[in-house]
Design a protein around this ligand. Sequence first.
Ligand SMILES: Cc1cc2nc3c(=O)[nH]c(=O)nc-3n(C[C@H](O)[C@H](O)[C@H](O)COP(=O)(O)O)c2cc1C
Length: 181
Amino acid sequence: MTDLTLVGLCGSLRAASYNRQLMLEAAGIFGGRFTEGSLRLPLFDEDLEAEGMPSEVEALGAAIAGADAVLFACPEYNKAPPGVVKNALDWLSRLKPNPLAGKPVAIVTAAGGRAGGERSQNVLRWMLVPHRVEPLSWPEVFVAAPEKEFDAEGRLLSERYRKQLETLMERLRDQASGKVG
Ligand SMILES: Cc1cc2nc3c(=O)[nH]c(=O)nc-3n(C[C@H](O)[C@H](O)[C@H](O)COP(=O)(O)O)c2cc1C
């Protein structure tokens, strides 16, 4: 067990989100402390920013800054990450320093299509480049047809996906605890 802190960012705002279920499964495997950072933020607007950083953005930034690692759980909307993810990243880039810079990061996706959000995950990897983040490149976790992959309690049914999550979270823990650079 670890006393590391993981912050999860879910790209779906809906309560019954499969990505949130996947994020919570991963968090349980990661161990330690977990908090979800809310992406329910105002739309990025430089005029709003000029009035002062919104408290929701400050709170998200503080959660990320205080975490040892970050996990994105991201659906695919029209072959890309949902707008709430881009919106959050644009706000975070305006904090000084950007709390994401240099953080150990992992990405998982669950999406309705048969590729499980592969395109969305790949786009998100590029979106993180300006944030100076190098997400773990493997194992790639793409949960396809997620309505068949979770039980009524939101637990993953498939041993294959669970094993992938275990490896990904083990690698994230190693990076967060400085075992690997
Ligand atoms: C606006 C919209 C666009 C979508 N586009 C895609 C898509 O391009 N590829 C895909 O695999 N699924 C697509 N889906 C299906 C979502 O991936 C699926 O509903 C997923 O479960 C959403 O994540 P959530 O359960 O975490 O809310 C789309 C859903 C919505 C609402």
